[in-house]
Design a protein around this ligand. Sequence first.
Ligand SMILES: NC(=O)C1=CN([C@@H]2O[C@H](COP(=O)(O)OP(=O)(O)OC[C@H]3O[C@@H](n4cnc5c(N)ncnc54)[C@H](O)[C@@H]3O)[C@@H](O)[C@H]2O)C=CC1
Ligand SMILES: O=C(O)CCC(=O)C(=O)O
Length: 393
Amino acid sequence: MTQHFPPFKIKTYNTLSPSGLEKFPSDRYLIGPGIEHPDAILLRSHDLHQEAIPETIKAVGRAGTGVNNIPVAEYSKRGIPVFNAPGANANAVTELVIAGLLLAARNIPDAWYFTKHLEGDGEELETLVEQGKKRFSGFELSGKTLGVVGLGAIGVKVSNAAAALGLKVIGFDPQLTVESAWQLSSDAIAAGSLDELLARADFVTLHVPLNDHTRHLINAARLAKIKPTATLLNFSRAAIVDESAVLAALESSTLHAYVSDFPSRALLNHPRTIVLPHLGASTVEAEDNCASMVSEQVRDFLENGNIRRSVNFPDVHLPRTEGLRLAIANENVPGMVSQITGILAEHKINIVDFLNKSRGDYAYSLIDINDHIPPPLLARISSIQGVLSVRVV
Ligand SMILES: NC(=O)C1=CN([C@@H]2O[C@H](COP(=O)(O)OP(=O)(O)OC[C@H]3O[C@@H](n4cnc5c(N)ncnc54)[C@H](O)[C@@H]3O)[C@@H](O)[C@H]2O)C=CC1
Ligand SMILES: O=C(O)CCC(=O)C(=O)O
């Protein structure tokens, strides 16, 4: 039995690296921003909360890490996996965080602005330089303490790079994984609590996802724990800090400076902020990595039903056998597998290979069969209470 691929349709938002889009063979995929009735969506930071979920959609691929721009819970309820590219842009963000530390410590943006607007040349220019430069005198990173909140893909790399620059690193992550712990520099030490980290650090850098637990993680009460000489860096998401509390702390000199990758008018207007245009992942390498990783995942899902690195469904992948495959997403409740396999048995369909896994409220099965699938069978499986999506691939 040969596999037949319909032309899959992929709707894109944002600019995605061609090295990712090239993963989709042009004879089997239609891709672009104007695609209607898409099988999959590929995007970066575009906000999907404002968009109706297309009836035809089977997968969403986020060419990046944060999925707060996607209504993941709504997609989950429809049995639709949301994929992201964990770690694929971690190096790009890390390098910009290190740049952020240096920009703040050495007053580089103000110094650069000053130099760029100097007039004259030769001796006259030299005099202006020597008169002006004392305003921008900074301090060294070596020996200072960096507090890293969130020790995932980015937090670990930032910690290790900072330790190599001579900073003392103190980290906080209540859900630190074994994998991250293995990668973390042995020079980094664990803080017992976020408040302890805030009290000890000269720089605090945030590397947590935005969710209901981390929204305004840094608020007025937490800012009160931070040293007045400290600099706060936010390359995670704007809403992880309470911006008005940060501005108040800067005004009252209980916080030295704020470096953020997320502009707002109030931040841009403040003299002790350094604000970048959400530039963390904007390198050729990271854009290639993210788009390639997520495109491969989405393609494997559309063509084979395999799930790798989804944020809402378990990892379920099987090598293809001869024949057809049923890919079924369902609520993680008792009796689902027996109902599905019971229907197959009633139709005298033999299972060649089978894999079922669950994650939280949801479960997913791949069922390989070496037979044709009568249409009523699909309708019966779809009608089982708790079955969210059924595909033949
Ligand atoms: N500025 C930019 O362009 C980019 C920003 N990001 C942001 O950075 C975030 C982190 O990215 P990754 O490190 O790749 O993600 P990750 O998932 O590898 O790591 C996040 C870590 O945060 C920890 N965490 C969660 N809640 C916490 C809390 N309340 N306190 C302390 N730790 C907590 C988790 O246990 C996990 O280890 C993303 O979710 C995204 O919002 C990511 C890439 C680019
Ligand atoms: O695609 C981008 O430029 C944003 C990256 C990002 O914020 C993320 O991966 O979470």
